[in-house]
Design a protein around this ligand. Structure first.
Ligand code: MRU
Length: 352
């Protein structure tokens, strides 16, 4: 099993995803500031994984927070939460996880629970978010597997696998579940410029699990769709607006348009915590702009002229009209998404 991140008494251990696949290192991050840097610098990435990392960062920060007064500790707790919330703007799971830790903290404070016990309970909460995330992915996998025919070839973009979550994966979890149910499934993985999550991470984890994977560069997807080689597309999401517009890794929108043009279903697999009913549509989703170095350099080597103007939006928004279904741990949402997503978030699962 791939261990993306886990809690230890020394701190949060995370596989350094910047180094994969050539080096597999598991450094320990011993302060909340180190965890915040790890999220910002993409040691850990993928919406559910950064949510769990942030929750662990909150628990770690508060465990080591020092103040003589309760008010001082409250202020420290707020500072920890806002530092972690300031790391990456698009994936709503980050804010969802920090809010969950905040709600627990406030409830315990209100109940007069001693600070030593609050420290323990925050650690327990972060650890249970880790366990829950894997269970959620397995449940998502069971619903999503129904959509994949035996013998299918699934195209995916970026990495929505074990490495993007506490384990098993969202989009790749659906593929794993279909294979576990006895179906034969192969994957086409887009390399996903500029950070190469497809080439470095998706290809690595599928290859490690002996799941047949063909790695292609991003500009090859349309060619293979037109040639009839792709049965369906499954991607993850960083934030899904109330109307079903989906923010995901840059390039996802182009894949969705190509899929529609070629009559190929485009599915999104994401936990309920990725659905943001407060954001009406995709226009309200903040898109992270990342350093230009990610575009101008590959593994430290320049591939562009020095001084050239660079744009590097890390995500794009796929309008809901391109999405055939959203796969969650509570079931599938189908268009019209404003209705089906609201029902799912409020607890009523629809059938496949
Ligand atoms: O910039 P990243 O690598 O954090 O972006 C990740 C993605 O876009 C994933 O597709 C998304 O978070 C879903 S992961 C289950």
């Amino acid at each position: 099993m791939i261990e993306t991140l886990y809690w230890t008494d020394e701190g949060v251990v995370m596989v350094d995803q910047r180094l994969l696949p050539t080096e597999e290192l598991y450094p320990v991050f011993t302060t909340y500031l180190e965890v915040a840097d790890a999220i910002r610098e993409m040691v850990v990435r993928g919406a559910p994984a950064i949510g769990v990392a942030a929750a662990m960062g909150v628990a770690l920060g508060f465990r080591d927070a020092k103040s003589d007064t309760e008010a001082g500790l409250d202020a420290k707790f707020e500072e920890i939460c806002s530092t972690l919330a300031g790391t990456r703007p698009t994936a709503v799971n980050l804010f969802w996880a920090i809010d969950r830790m905040k709600r627990l903290y406030q409830r315990l404070r209100k109940d007069g629970v001693a600070s030593a016990s609050i420290r323990e309970k925050l650690i327990a909460e972060a650890r249970s978010m880790h366990t829950e995330d894997i269970e959620i992915n397995r449940s998502m996998g069971r619903f999503g597997a129904e959509l994949i025919p035996d013998g299918a070839t699934v195209l995916t973009h970026c990495n929505a696998g074990a490495l993007a979550t506490a384990g098993y994966g969202t989009a790749l979890g659906v593929i794993r579940a279909a294979i576990e149910s006895g179906k034969s499934v192969a994957v086409f993985a887009d390399e996903t410029r500029p950070f190469l999550q497809g080439a470095r991470l998706t290809a690595w984890e599928l290859h490690k699990d002996n799941i047949p994977v063909t790695l292609i560069t991003d500009n090859m997807a349309g060619h293979f769709m037109k040639a009839g080689k792709i049965t369906c597309v499954i991607v993850g999401a960083d934030r899904i607006a109330a109307n079903g517009d989906v923010a995901n890794k840059i390039g996802t929108y182009s894949v969705a348009v190509l899929a529609k043009e070629n009559g190929i279903p485009f599915y999104v697999a994401a936990p309920i915590s990725t659905i943001d009913l407060e954001t009406k549509d995709g226009d309200g989703i903040p898109i992270e702009e990342r350093p230009s170095l990610e575009v101008t350099h590959v593994k430290g080597n320049a591939i562009a002229p020095e001084g050239v103007t660079i744009a590097n939006p890390a995500f794009d928004v796929t309008p809901n009209r391109y999405v055939a279904a959203i796969i969650t741990e509570r079931g599938l949402a189908r268009p019209p998404f404003s209705e089906s997503l609201r029902k799912l978030v409020n607890g009523a699962a629809e059938s496949a």
